[in-house]
Design a protein. Structure first.
Length: 376
């Protein structure tokens, strides 16, 4: 194979496929990027078996300035090859694989020879039988991921909880994540009411996908038996394996009764929690206390090793019984960040029951739940 291409366009494609490449892999060839050149264009593939990303630079893309001398394929070390391309001095990159698996890469006055591997040794992308598909605005999927992936479990001993549960049906997509200490649930409508699917997508897959969604307007989601495929624009496919098993019924975790409610701006409360967390993080327990009353509501943290902080918060409205409750400030900060600058209502049942955070303008379609910390 032999071709030349605009360096910036190649860098953009490399950045995308590198999201699927892991430093730890049981198959050494998966540390490489697969390049296949045809008369139609250049296709790059990266994979770690859990995630696979394929992006094509078409020959007719004017910005790419792709000039094809001879077709073929090779795999090249992902990190090394990407770093070379990023540091090349010219705006055009030339790559030639003339003899065996040796690639010559040149730009301006710089030239590299690097060792590759046989393209035929690279695993093929999974062949899937599509059962359901729908199209969403990319910004909607970004928001759903951002608001739910924060609650996935980091414990591999509970693999099913390391993913986000997507339920599609009745014209709605509901995404739920929980690590048993907190929960995030978001529901958004979509137009195709015939789509029905129940899948669990690994959290790490969604984080990598989120970083690619900024560059597209819409995303097509295709569901298969053990894979989900996201079509990002005309030239990029993102594959993710699905987690197997039954996700716990999240609706049973959400309390239906509120004895105390607090209405407040999420960003203002976040700033208060940030200040209190400076002290709680220095202590051993990492706990913040919330004293809520009709007259004065106080956020405090007391660490015998460091000191104490108290700050009054000014809620828009407080209703119900007085309450003192303790919680992990990191869980609270993650939840509050997901609301941005919105006004929210925090609902409490007792000091030992999980409490909920919902936006006042969309209380049925978005909920964050946090389990309190028992301090006595």
């Amino acid at each position: 194979m032999q071709f030349s291409i605009n360096r910036q366009i190649l860098i953009k494609a490399l950045n995308n496929v590198n999201r699927a490449i892991s430093a730890r892999t049981a198959m050494p060839i998966l540390a490489n990027i697969k390049l296949v050149l045809t008369e139609e264009g250049l296709t790059l593939t990266g994979s770690d078996t859990d995630i696979s990303i394929e992006t094509t630079i078409p020959k007719n893309d004017d910005q790419a300035q792709l000039k094809i001398d001879s077709i073929g394929g090779i795999t090249l070390p992902a990190t090394f090859f990407t770093n070379i391309v990023k540091r090349m001095p010219g705006e055009e990159i030339k790559l030639a694989n003339i003899d065996g698996f040796q690639a010559k890469i040149s730009s301006g006055s710089a030239e590299y020879d690097i060792h590759g591997q046989d393209v035929n040794s690279y695993p093929h992308l999974p062949e899937v039988d599509i059962k359901n598909q729908l199209t969403l605005p990319a910004e909607t999927l970004i928001e759903v991921i951002r608001q739910t992936v924060i609650a996935v479990s980091k414990q591999l001993s509970q693999p099913i909880l390391t993913g986000v549960h997507f339920i599609l049906g009745g014209g709605n997509l509901t995404a739920v994540a929980t690590d048993r200490h907190r929960l995030a649930q978001r529901t958004v409508p979509f137009e195709n009411e015939e789509v029905n699917a129940d899948i669990i997508i690994p959290g790490p897959s969604l984080l990598q996908l989120q970083g690619m969604l900024e560059e597209v307007e819409t995303v097509e989601i295709r569901v298969a038996a053990n894979q989900v495929i996201f079509q990002l624009g005309p030239n990029t496919l993102f594959y993710s394996r699905l987690l197997e098993g039954n996700y716990p019924d999240a609706s049973r975790l959400i309390p239906t009764e509120k004895k105390t409610t607090l209405t407040i701006n999420a960003r203002e409360l976040l700033q208060t929690i940030d200040r209190a967390a400076l002290l709680s993080h220095e202590g051993r327990s990492n706990v913040i206390q919330f004293d809520i009353s009709g007259e004065h509501s106080i956020i405090s943290s007391n660490s015998p090793e460091v000191g104490k902080i108290e700050e009054e918060i000014f809620a828009a409205e407080t209703a119900g019984e007085d309450l003192t409750i303790s919680f992990n400030p990191d869980y609270m900060r993650d939840a509050l960040k997901s609301f941005g600058d919105e006004e929210i209502q925090i609902g409490f049942k007792t000091a030992l029951d999980p409490f909920t955070l919902v936006p006042t303008n969309n209380s049925t379609n978005f909920i964050q739940l946090i389990t309190p910390v028992r301090t006595y």
